[in-house]
Design a protein around this ligand. Sequence first.
Ligand code: IVH
Length: 672
Amino acid sequence: MKVPAAARNRARELHAQLHEHNYRYYVLDEPLISDAEYDDLLRELQDLEETYPPLTTPDSPTQRVGAEPVKAFGEVRHALRMLSLDNAFSDDELADFDRRVQAALGRAQVDYAAEPKLDGLAVSLLYESGVLVRAATRGDGSTGEDVTQNVRTIASVPLKLEGSGVPDSLEVRGEVYLSHAGFHELNRQAGAQGQKLFVNPRNAAAGSLRQLDPAITARRPLEMYCYGVGKVTGGKLPGTHSGVMAQLAGWRLRVYDDIRVVHGYSGCRAYYRHYEKIRGDLPFEIDGVVFKVDRLDLQDELGHVARAPRWAIARKFPAQECETRVLGIDVQVGRTGALTPVARLEPVFVGGVTVTNATLHNQDEIDRKDVRVGDTVIVRRAGDVIPEVVRVVPKRGRRRGPAYNILATHPVCPVCGSHVHKAADEAVVRCSGGLFCAAQRKQAIKHFASRRAMDIEGLGDKLVEQLVDRELVNDVGDLYTLSVDAVAGLERMAEKSAANLVAAIEASRQTTLERFIHALGMREVGESTAQILAREFGDLAPLMAADVESLQAIHDIGPVVAQYIVDFFAEAHNRGVIDKLLGSGIRWPRTGRPAGSKLAGKTFVLTGTLSVPRNELKARLQALGAKVTGSVSKNTDYVVAGDNPGSKYDRAVELGIEILDEASCMALLEKS
Ligand code: IVH
């Protein structure tokens, strides 16, 4: 299509104006025009682009409103691993960090760039020739999800960088988060529509960014601050972290405005103290402050260990505690039938969220703390973990209620009425109802659908409750026979979201063996055990046929877990559900064990500090059929020793086992 020059020029003008106003509003917080005027300009551009579609470029300000929904996110492999941070929970630990840095660098004083630690989620932005072309979540650090369309909707993320010297390719990293105000507004809306509320800004931000429909993300008031760079090519950046941050701001990326260069431990401590005092006044949640060696050449010299750089530390705020009263003690039934006592509390605001429940763990814990209904208690909340009751605050002269006993209050399961029992060697009380118990079935289905299991997008708690209550789904096998019509009949389910859900269920059929094993929800078989089982057995049938002895022969699988696994597959009902699942087309790539590899069947032990992340090396070895175990024995074939190897090295020498340094291990990998 031919676009008239006048239209092209006007579009260019509108781009520039809208980018400028957007930047002033969202990054600088200094708007020049009213919202209505901004909307007029945007509408004019939208009209132009509708008339002349070639004008719609990826950096157009119209591209923020949310593109078409996707079925699933693509994968993005990070060019440089996205690392995590080590934590210091006290001044002493912070001082230790500074001492380690000084010692490693052989310097008496080191300058650090200090900045707040935002509580959101890490995102990587890729700018090619200054244009935002891709955005990805951190994922496991090596591979994340492609959330480009969603990130485009975040107004403080520039679609295009301005200014001179922008590198050809620039990867910027930072934190996507929700302000307190944004979070409360979101929850107000959710409440008004009868939806489930988000527990904290971080979960809300993560949930908002991981929407398959970018139009939903566009309505969430997400923000982003940049805190670093990844891979950079075709351009030069300043030699200090603080300098790089200033440069990013110069290109219009949003960078926190109180990043300070501080001297040594005492400078760090002062910055921390300051933020400890003002954290409550900030418009967003922070869970500590971060210190990074400012000079980049020194950062390189320090390098990193497995998951975190040696040149940075997060000084975390202590867990927050608060006093409140126990209004009652409820009981929740979990996937394995465990009855968990939960204190119902007079609502208190702790660490950025309103807490109304706190776990009491089990009867032993209740006894130890002697928590009773009516007591005044201290509740603690640290980071993302479930709030817990720490202790009772004694109140003199107040008559207390009776001691709480879960077996007395709940001789039968509160959900299905089956009797409950307590094994002599266990602290927990369990419902004996098994699959008869709706609570256990619901939990099993929620687990099956969860992100780290079958990853069925959109199958949340509320939906599972309804599906089970209406008897549309009795076990996980029924999920794959759900029709759009049946789902659309549920509360708050429009035709479109029903279709999306059925599509997501459909998409989950293609999975991996380890996800499937994890999803089955066998007792004590979490993600890593599932991974081990998948690797050892290569397929489901041999695992189902395994006996206790052969399971126990596997490193890391003890007698208890081995018995749980055998019991699970012995249960006719479970085999029936598995048949149903396989019959509905669930499949995974058959890997089996690579036969030809020279490393197949060889046992490795890794020790000391390696320059590649240990998990990565482990995975590479395993991919070639090798086993990687935790301790050296006469069955070990090779010990890979990095820097500062420990006792495993000595043991290998003692047993005469071949020791490889990192380079020779890599060479062996290459050859195989
Ligand atoms: S730097 C190489 N700086 O904290 C170090 N991270 O616990 C990589 N975070 O995954 C991170 N504020 O999501 C850095 N100013 C800041 C941060 C920050 C928040 C998050 C980030 C990271 C996590 C590590």
